[in-house]
Design a protein. Structure first.
Length: 586
């Protein structure tokens, strides 16, 4: 019996795709084919694919300017209108959504509006002398902080916004102390942030407060706040890893009375929805962040949208900077205002604390990276990072981990020579050459004392999360392990073979550095001045990571392009939330 070619009985034919996009991924092609296979035409297939690509770029929706096109879309079987439609694509006014994003946006707006309209959560009725939390409550420099502490008392939702050095964490400390006091004690407080580094930083800042700075009646409140648990948002919600979903949700709410989320600009729509789903109605939510920073790597610009809608009852902006070293502040403010000339003026005024170095060629880049590696190498020698370390001496290990905050190279790009991966590879190659043979270490090995890595995927098994930064150190026997600092300030090590996906971290993207600050920062711009990543939000976030010294590696043209290019993500959260609040008032 002869066999016929496969498909001869069923007459299978490949589904043609009479359209393509320059930037489409396999996902966009698959979605376009799905639309064609389910009755949609080529125009809808293209629009669906473009909506998927926009989602990957952080947009919640596509804006359809043409009224006639909107009318045609409304008639298509795969497109629905409004919140009750079960269609895979939603047309809401002039915005075209993937259904998932529409559902997230609608749920977030509803839950936020409910919190804003709700009666303040009950307290224990204890009198609170908020002014006594501040050494000099009449000082105009702390007026906004004082107003924030008062305004947040009893609110179901409160947002504290401010730039670097404006005292956000100082205000959060007093805010929580006041709420604990008003409750009469026993308040269940949780701290969270989108990354482990950011969670660690807010926990450290709260623990750094001194008991002698507060009157006796505040000591119990201070201790309670400083003992509050801090974690990533993923860990807070109980990420189920590759299985998806969370262990904490509306049917299994978080056991918390007050939840503070720091670096809230890094929250995306899906994450904020998960938080709001898991938060009990009577619990209070305090979002803390800088709305001028980069938006999340996910979908939406939730903090910016929320800040744009709230009034002073639920929102306070902090503007005064308390940093002792103020040389970099005019640079940051110039970028925030979008003023290139003011940035250049501030650059000159900052002297050695802020320098610009053009990178006209690959050779110039290599020279800069070699010099940067030399600085790291000298720091190793000074700190003794290449020596064997007693693993029982956690104080010494914690001191070594402090080196992770001294200097950091930040890149606009991820790949290529000018990207984080390429720059990190060149730095590591230089370090191997400079330290080869030291203390028996061979210069060709991948792992060596002093190596920095960053975790790139959440891993529940190891307890490490995307963004956690570790330092490789040699133990008493010369064996290498990677050490991390937890949000509670403790240190822990992980065997190299047990590490989740990771990469070298001498150079990282600005997104990876959000939530962190360093003594000295170098910012490497794209060699293409018109690169879409060079935006005001990106540049603002990059330079504001530096506390004492800043190097900008790029041309005047690239800097001016970044400062002048402000981006707004397309979505309907801002308008939807504003409309819900307006309707509630009416």
């Amino acid at each position: 019996m002869s066999l016929k070619p496969a498909g001869s009985h069923f007459n299978f034919q490949p589904l043609s795709l009479p359209l393509k996009g320059e930037n489409w991924r396999p996902l966009e092609y698959a979605l376009a084919r799905w639309v064609l296979a389910h009755g949609g035409d080529a125009a809808l297939a293209r629009l669906a694919a473009e909506a998927s690509l926009a989602d990957a770029e952080g947009q919640s929706a596509l804006r359809i300017e043409d009224a006639r096109q909107r009318e045609q879309l409304a008639q298509m079987p795969l497109v629905g209108e409004g919140m009750h439609s079960a269609a895979p694509f939603i047309l809401d006014g002039d915005l075209f959504y993937l259904r998932r994003n529409f559902a997230h946006e609608l749920a977030v707006a509803r839950r936020l509006a409910k919190r804003l309209e709700a009666m303040p959560p009950p307290t224990g009725g204890q009198p609170v002398d908020v002014e006594s939390l501040f050494p000099e409550p009449q000082d105009p420099r702390v007026a906004a902080q004082l107003a924030a502490v008062k305004a947040a008392l009893g609110q179901s939702l409160f947002v504290l916004s401010g730039g670097p050095g404006t005292g956000k964490t100082t205000t959060v400390l007093r805010m929580l102390m006041a709420q604990w006091q008003a409750q009469g004690g026993g308040l269940r407080i949780r701290l969270a942030a989108p990354t482990g580094k950011a969670a660690q930083r807010i926990s450290e800042s709260l623990r750094a407060a001194r008991a002698e700075d507060f009157p006796p009646q505040w000591q119990a409140a201070l201790a309670a706040v400083q003992n509050s648990q801090a974690s990533t948002v993923h860990r807070l919600l109980g990420s189920r890893g590759m299985r998806g979903g969370w262990t904490q949700h509306s049917d299994e709410p978080l056991p918390v009375d007050v939840l503070v989320i720091d670096e809230a600009s890094m929250l995306d729509l899906a994450m904020l929805r998960a938080v709001l789903d898991a938060l009990p109605d009577r619990a209070r939510l305090i979002l803390v962040g800088d709305a001028n920073q980069l938006d999340s790597v996910g979908t939406g610009s939730v903090l910016r949208d929320i800040v744009d809608v709230l009034d002073s009852k639920h929102l306070v902006h902090l503007h005064h900077s308390f940093r002792a070293d103020r040389a970099l502040l005019p640079l940051i403010e110039a970028v925030r205002q979008g003023e290139s000339d003011a940035f250049q003026t501030a650059l000159v005024a900052a002297g050695e604390q802020a320098q610009q170095q053009p990178v006209p060629s690959r050779a110039a880049l290599h020279t800069l990276l070699e010099s940067w590696a030399g600085m790291i190498s000298r720091q190793w020698q000074q700190d003794g990072s290449l020596e064997r370390i007693d693993t029982a001496n956690h104080g010494e290990i914690a001191r070594q981990l402090q080196s992770l905050r001294r200097q950091q190279l930040l890149c606009a790009l991820r790949d290529g020579e000018y990207g984080a991966a390429g720059a990190n590879a060149l730095i590591e190659e230089s370090l191997r050459r400079q330290q080869a043979g030291f203390n028996g270490w061979g210069g060709s090995t991948l792992w060596y004392p002093g190596r920095r890595i960053i975790i790139t995927r959440n891993d529940e098994t190891s307890g490490l999360w995307n963004g956690d930064v570790g330092l490789c150190l040699a133990d008493e026997k010369g064996l290498l392990r990677v050490w991390f600092e937890t949000a509670s300030g403790e240190v822990r090590s992980v065997d190299i073979g047990a590490l989740p996906p990771h990469q070298g971290a001498f150079a990282v993207t600005v997104h990876k550095a959000q939530g962190s600050e360093y003594g000295e920062v170098a910012v490497l711009l794209s060699p293409q001045p018109d690169h879409p990543l060079l935006t005001r939000q990106w540049f603002y976030t990059a330079i504001s990571r530096a506390k004492q010294r800043l190097h900008v590696w790029g041309s005047d043209v690239a800097i001016a392009q970044a400062i002048s290019t402000s981006v707004e993500r397309i979505g309907g959260l801002r308008g939807r939330l504003r409309q819900m609040l307006t309707n509630a008032v009416e």
